[in-house]
Every structure is written in C-alpha cells, then in structure tokens.
Design a protein around this ligand. Sequence first.
Ligand code: PD2
Ligand code: ZN
Length: 289
Amino acid sequence: MTQSVTPELRRWIIEQASAGFEPEAVLTSMVASGWQEAVALEALESTLREHLRSQAAQRPAATIAAAPAEGVPVPDLDLSQSPRQIDAGDRVVDVIVSLNHPRVVVLGNLLSAEECDALIAAARPHMARSLTVETKTGGEELNPDRTSSGMFFTRGQTPEVAAVEARIARLLNWPLENGEGVQVLNYKPGAEYKPHYDYFDTNEPGTPTILRRGGQRVATLVMYLNEPTRGGGTTFPDVGFEVAPVRGNAVFFSYDRAHPSTRTLHGGAPVIEGEKWVATKWLREREFV
Ligand code: PD2
Ligand code: ZN
C-alpha cells in the first residue's frame, strides 16, 4: 500500500529535530510506528531540507564557510569542439548557450512534446503543495520561498522517465544511478521559487544523513515541460542571467563544491500569466540509493 506524507508528520519531524533528536533516531521511530522506510526517509529528508533552507535564509551571510580549495568531478557535456548539437543516444539535442562560471548550459529539444505531455499527465494526480511548518505555533505554513506544488518519480518509474534518464546520463556523462528521481513542479500565476542553492549546506546538522544516499548534489537539470505566457524564467542572480521556459528545452548547471563561489544561486521567477511545469533532475556524486 502506498503511504502518503501528511502535514502532521512533517510537523512532528520538525518537532523531533528541534528537540535535538538525531535524524537517525527520528527515522527509527517512524519505521517502528509503521512507516515504510523509503517513505519515512524521503519525508525526513524533504522536511528537514525545507526547514533548514528556510532557517538558512534568515541567517547572516557572515556564517558562510570558506570555499574548499579542491572541487569534485561533476557532470558535464563535451563542448570542447563547440558543437551545435550533441547526440544523446536516442535524440539529438541542441546547444543554445553556455557559460563557464557558473557552469550553465541551455539545451534545446531535449524532450519531445509527447514526452513533456506524458510527464505532466503522469505527475498531475500526485501533485502536493510545498508546505513548511511554523515551529513556534505548530501550525502549517505555505513556504513563501517556494509556492509551487510538486511530486517525485522514482528512477525508471514510467517508460518516459526511464528514457529521459538514460538520455540525461549519456548527455552529461554521468552514471544513471547517480541521479535522484525526477521531480515535477507546477507553478500557477504568482508562484515562484526564490533564489537558492541546490547543494546541501554542510554546516547543517541534518546534512550528514542526507549525504548518506549518494553524497552531495553536484549538478541540476531543469527541463521545461510547457510554456507560461509570461514570467517563470529560471534566473541566476549572481550573473544577471535568465533562461526562458520553452517546452522541451532545459537548463543544466553544475557545482563542484557546496559553496556560493560556484555562483549557482538560482531561482524560478514568478509566473505572471499561464502556468509553468518543469521536471528537475538532480545529480549526486555517487549512486543515489
Ligand atoms: O522551476 C525553476 O525554474 C526552478 C528554479 C530553481 C527549479 C529549481 N530551482 C529546482 O527545481 O531546484
Ligand atoms: Zn533549484
């Protein structure tokens, strides 16, 4: 039977974390009270991630650690010969624009219109509004930084998901197993995703637990499944760069260290008219289990 994560469970997770319980202990008691381990782990991770993100947003910038001197290997496309197109196995993908710092590549025609529609159709019945919990009152709050709704596929969950994942692995020269499940997000007019980093903050107490599933995130691919009429671009505020959401296109960016020096601060600008659907693929250092 499929178990779904309730706002009450999320509130309870934050209460446990705020009371000083280690994530491992919270996970153990969730499993003991009948939650499937995979569901419990996902609920734990996503709840703590959102919670830590909202806390981090309120902290002064002075607490940011120095950048590690050595970066790690990251996914990348082979652009050494400045190709206009790249063979991704089952599809030829267009290279529209690339930057080196931050490493950002805008891709055209990564997904067919049929694949975009199939991903939306498969995701639509499972969309849930992103909530965060107000720890002072115990009430639920809509996360003001992230007003979209979303869902995760597991790796290979549908034929379209599996095909897209294989294409991404070949395109970005990165093992398929290192990918998280595809996340689908839907933004209605006014919804946005405020600028943030996708890597996990190494200063946060919950991060070691998150990293057990495959290490750090090292790259992101945001795939546009439809086209809002106005607004909804993906922005990179550090470099004044904005990617227009065009159906089938995607923006790739990588970060070789969990640090702002990567200049990968990015956000989803508010949708002004129409709605926006994206699928995000995050890539980890190692196999994501
Ligand atoms: O929807 C977007 O444009 C967007 C922007 C920033 C998605 C993400 N981040 C993400 O899924 O991490
Ligand atoms: Zn992001």
